[in-house]
Design a protein around this ligand. Structure first.
Ligand code: SAM
Length: 285
C-alpha cells in the first residue's frame, strides 16, 4: 500500500493505514518550520490536505465535522461565552466557528507555529475568512507559556485544538497545562480538548486525559464523539471539562434555534454525540 504511486498514506500508531489518491499535482507545498514538517497535498476526492509531521490535520472535505464539534458543543454548554481562547488551531477553522456565536466578544488564538496559519491562508482561505473579525486576535507562542501567564479567571471557554500528544503538542496534555487552564477560567469556565479515537486511544489517551483534568481541579468531564473519516480509524472525540459543577447543555434552546449555518452540528447531534457506547461508559465511569 505505501508504495502506491500518487497516493498519500498515513500509517498510525493504531496499526491502521489511511490513504487518499492525489491529483497529478500531488504534493503542492512542503516546508520544515521551526517546529514541524508541514505539507499540503492536492487529493482527487478530499480537496486539499494539510499534514504536520506526516499526520493528517485538515482536509477540505471533512474539516467541518471537526471544527464544528470543537466549537459548538462547548460554546452551547456555557451560559454566557464571551471570552474565548483557542490553543493550537493554527488552520483557523475552529476560530471561524467560534466567531459565528454573537455572544463571543473576544477570541484569541495561540498557535506555536505561525507558518501553519500563513500556509492555511494560502491553501484553505475559507477557514481563514474570519481572521480579520475585530473580535479576533492571532498570537504565535507556546500554549503552555501563554496559559501560565494568563490572568486568573480571565476566560469563559478554552479550546485546545492541538496536534497529537507527541512533538510540540505533548505539553498540552500535561497536568501542569490543565492546572493553568483551570486557573485562567472564570466562574462557569469550560475547557474542551480534542481527545483522539475512542476505538484505539481509549485507555492510553482518553482515560488518562480525563483523570489528569480532574487531578488538575476540573470537577466534571464529558466526552463527545463524532465521525471523522480522515483521522485514524475514522472515529474521533473531544472532551469538555467544567471548572466547577457539571458539564450541562446550558443553552439547549439557543442550539435548537440555531442562528447561524452549520453542516454537522445541531442540538440533536450535541446530545447524541455525548451518548457513550458501553465500553466507553465503563471506562470513564
Ligand atoms: N485537527 C488537528 C488534529 O487533531 O490533528 C489539529 C489541527 S491544528 C492545525 C493543531 C495545531 O496545534 C498546529 O497548528 C500546531 O502548530 C499547534 N500546536 C502544537 N503544539 C502547540 C503548543 N505547544 N502550543 C500552541 N500550539 C501548538
Amino acid at each position: 500500500m505505501t508504495t502506491q504511486p500518487n497516493w498519500f498514506t498515513e500509517l498510525s500508531d493504531s496499526g491502521t493505514i489511511f490513504g487518499l489518491e492525489l491529483t497529478d499535482a500531488g504534493k503542492i507545498h512542503e516546508e520544515q518550520t521551526p517546529f514541524q514538517k508541514l505539507a499540503i497535498y492536492d487529493t482527487k476526492t478530499f480537496g486539499k490536505l494539510m499534514t504536520l509531521d506526516g499526520c493528517t490535520m485538515v482536509t477540505t472535505r471533512d474539516n467541518f465535522v471537526y471544527h464544528e464539534m470543537m466549537a459548538h458543543p462547548v460554546l452551547f454548554s456555557h451560559p454566557s461565552p464571551k471570552r474565548v481562547c483557542i490553543i493550537g488551531g493554527g488552520d483557523c477553522g475552529t476560530l471561524r466557528e467560534v466567531l459565528r456565536h454573537p455572544e463571543v466578544e473576544t477570541a484569541i488564538q495561540i498557535d506555536i507555529d505561525e507558518r501553519v496559519t500563513r500556509v492555511s491562508e494560502m491553501f484553505f482561505p475559507e477557514l481563514c475568512e474570519s481572521n480579520n473579525d475585530p473580535r479576533a486576535t492571532l498570537a504565535f507562542e507556546d500554549g503552555i507559556a501563554w496559559i501560565n501567564n494568563a490572568e486568573p479567571g480571565s476566560l469563559d471557554v478554552l479550546i485546545v485544538d492541538s496536534t497529537d500528544p507527541v512533538g510540540p503538542g505533548a505539553v498540552l496534555y500535561s497536568e501542569e497545562f490543565f492546572r493553568g487552564c483551570w486557573r485562567a477560567l472564570g466562574e462557569n469556565g469550560l475547557l474542551v480538548q480534542q481527545s483522539e479515537s475512542p476505538l484505539v486511544h481509549a485507555e492510553k489517551i482518553i482515560k488518562p486525559m480525563h483523570d489528569t483534568m480532574r487531578q488538575a481541579g476540573f470537577s466534571d468531564t464529558k466526552l463527545h464523539q463524532f465521525q471523522l473519516v480522515s483521522y485514524p480509524t475514522g472515529w474521533w472525540s473531544c472532551t469538555i471539562a467544567a471548572k466547577a459543577g457539571k458539564v450541562e447543555f446550558a443553552r439547549q434552546a439557543a442550539a435548537e434555534a440555531l442562528a447561524f449555518p452549520t453542516r454537522y452540528y445541531n442540538a440533536g447531534v450535541h446530545q447524541g454525540s455525548a451518548a457513550l457506547p458501553q465500553f466507553m461508559k465503563e471506562l470513564l465511569g
